[in-house]
Design a protein around this ligand. Structure first.
Ligand code: SF4
Length: 372
């Protein structure tokens, strides 16, 4: 499992950092440039285009697909990604294709989710160090100890978690359906308390919208927890009339200042459906670039935080993964079977609410378990 602090786990840095921009490359990529021309200057494009051409050729030869998360840089998201979206959408799309190889342009827990949903396919992660502070905050052993401490309380786990943790989970959730999943779990397990892991801020934001008692964990996304309510007030002062959309991994006081809170898909759909004049997305930087490219009539205010783990994935590393078939994601079949149950239970639920709105009451979280 990767460590979010980024030590070298034996990952090979790519030795291909330059490929020439030839007439052949130009012919293969000219049709793609208009997709990203608003955010990538022509000179920079000439460095990306040879890799894009080589990756798209190799994908065809090897029957591979690339799953590109919303936080990937625009040249990856728009020019080599076959499916784009949040981690669960990506894995579900991959399961439907007849591709034999999946390259995960995202972080390690996302590649694990793809392997859980597509165990018969080869799943590659281009850089083993693409971890996640949230997923790294808790282990399967931690969950087993929590279950002993709160017997009878169902375990709801955010999909931003490792396969080991999902295997100890009753049902997974995303940031779009977390409230519904918590209420479903409490009803199904006849419980008044739910263990909601591992994101303490998402837990608080969910607790504000349900009467179920929630026990959580001291995990956090290092990108979203850095935003503050003061940041939002400053953005509004400098940009009168701006619409503020925030991800529910942000602290509750940030969401309280926002106009809308929703997952990456929820924010993207909000912009597409409402076409606000000015908008700011309180989330990872590349998300704004990618949503801006799809909504040229909307002006984006751009304060954002970069995810260092997502940014480990680059075109040269994706090319190398396809050439060398490294790094394969392997998970114990028993863990896959158990984790699959938790994901399938969530997928089987009808979705009622696609987004979270700002709070009408203060969140009440029963406990945060930094240690068990
Ligand atoms: S943005 Fe946050 S939750 Fe997503 S991979 Fe980066 S650290 Fe993890």
């Amino acid at each position: 499992m990767p460590d979010s602090s980024g030590p070298d786990f034996g990952n090979h840095e790519t030795d291909i950092n330059y490929l020439p921009y030839t007439d052949e490359v130009k012919a293969k990529t000219d049709h793609l440039y208009p997709k990203v021309a608003n955010v990538i200057p022509e000179l920079e494009w000439r460095a990306h285009a040879p890799f894009i051409a080589a990756i798209n050729d190799l994908k065809k030869q090897k029957n591979a697909v690339i799953l590109a998360h919303n936080y990937m840089t625009p040249e990856i998201f728009n020019c080599v990604g076959d499916f784009a979206g949040d981690s669960l959408q990506l894995a579900k799309e991959a399961a439907r294709t007849d591709a034999e190889i999946i390259v995960q342009a995202g972080v390690h827990f996302m590649a694990e989710t793809s392997k859980i949903l597509c165990p018969e396919k080869t799943v590659l992660i281009p850089d083993l160090r693409a971890g996640c502070s949230l997923a790294a905050s808790i282990t399967g052993e931690d969950v087993r100890l929590l279950k002993q401490k709160y017997p009878g309380a169902p375990v709801v786990t955010y999909v931003n978690s490792t396969a080991d943790v999902k295997a100890e989970t009753d049902i997974c959730c995303t940031s779009s359906n977390a409230v519904e999943v918590v209420e479903y779990a409490a009803k199904e397990f006849n419980a008044d308390t739910v263990l909601f892991l591992p994101d303490q801020y998402l837990a608080k934001n969910v607790a504000a919208m349900t009467d179920i008692k929630i026990v959580t964990w001291a995990g956090a996304c290092e990108v979203h927890e850095r935003f503050s309510a003061e940041d939002i007030r400053e953005i509004r002062e400098g940009n009168p009339g701006v619409i503020v959309l925030a991800h529910p991994e942000c602290p509750p006081d940030v969401l309280a200042e926002a106009d809308f809170a929703g997952s990456t898909s929820g924010m993207s759909n909000y912009v597409k459906d409402n076409q606000p004049d000015h908008v700011v997305l309180i989330t990872e930087c590349s998300m704004s670039d990618n949503v801006a490219l799809q909504n040229p009539g909307v002006n984006f205010v751009r304060p954002c935080n970069l995810c260092p783990h997502m940014k480990r994935i680059s075109l040269p590393k994706i090319l190398r993964a396809l050439q060398t078939m490294e790094h394969k994601v392997e998970i114990d079949p028993e863990i896959i079977d158990k984790a699959r149950v938790a994901i399938d239970r969530m997928i089987a639920l009808p979705l009622v609410r696609q987004s979270m709105y700002t709070h009408e009451r203060a969140p009440e979280v029963a406990a945060i378990e930094a240690r068990v």
